[in-house]
Design a protein. Structure first.
Lengths: 113, 115
């Protein structure tokens, strides 16, 4: 079975500062990795995904993530955050043979003016 | 192309009543997934359906919960005799037939409150 750990439940950061949201996973098989963003009272929107190939993945809104197989991590980064980035961020994994996603408990990013 | 539609967006039920949540997948999508999000938690998989078939229901509670995706019409998640612990946000996601991207598109969710 797969599991996802998001170590930071809340991350406050000043506007225009860089941010990293951490995600670690455990799995005995190869996985696909995803980051989703959830704005208040809305559904989840895909930020980026890693399926194969380059370990550095670029997504929407200036976000990127790096897949590190040896450390089983998929940390999300943005060099300069905006107020509009304030939201809940979820890391998720899906193995190649199953049909369900496993989600972390989320990281609440608050951008301070 | 409209996204995944869910209705109602908010649903209030008294204990013991039935709740019916509807999900219309994106056009051309034939795979539907239901997830539950409890307060302060991530999403938990409940069930995966294709048209007229339940493929994986390993995340569904054994009692009171059922799901269907008929040949025509939306997918329905049905909760019978609701209890306070059923209060949560229920999200539906859909994916296309080829699923080569392994990407799921999420709806806005239905927030169920049991009083």
């Amino acid at each position: 079975a797969q599991s996802v750990t998001q170590l930071d439940s809340q991350v406050p950061v000043f506007e225009e500062a860089p941010v990293e949201l951490r995600c670690n996973y455990s799995s005995s098989v190869s996985v696909y990795l995803f980051w989703y963003v959830q704005y208040p009272n809305q559904g989840l929107q895909l930020l980026l995904k890693y399926l194969s190939g380059s370990t550095l993945v670029k997504g929407i809104n200036g976000f990127e993530a790096e897949f590190n197989k040896s450390q089983t991590s998929f940390h999300l980064r943005k060099p300069s955050v905006h107020i509009s980035d304030t939201a809940e961020y979820f890391c998720a994994v899906s193995d190649l043979n199953r049909n369900q996603f496993y989600f972390g408990t989320g990281t609440s990013l608050t951008v301070i003016p | 192309n409209a996204g995944v539609m869910q209705n109602p967006r908010h649903l209030v039920r008294r204990r013991g009543q039935e709740a019916r949540l509807r999900c219309s997948p994106m056009k051309g999508h034939s795979h539907v997934y239901w997830y539950r999000q409890l307060p302060e938690e991530g999403l938990k998989f409940m069930v995966y359906l294709q048209k007229e078939n339940i493929i994986d229901e390993s995340g569904m509670p054994k009692e009171r919960f059922s799901a269907e995706f008929p040949k025509e019409g939306p997918s329905i998640l049905r909760i019978q005799q609701v209890v306070r612990g059923d209060s949560a946000a229920y999200f539906c996601a859909s994916s296309p037939p080829n699923r080569g991207s392994y990407e799921q598109y999420f709806g806005p969710g239905t927030r169920l409150t049991v009083t």
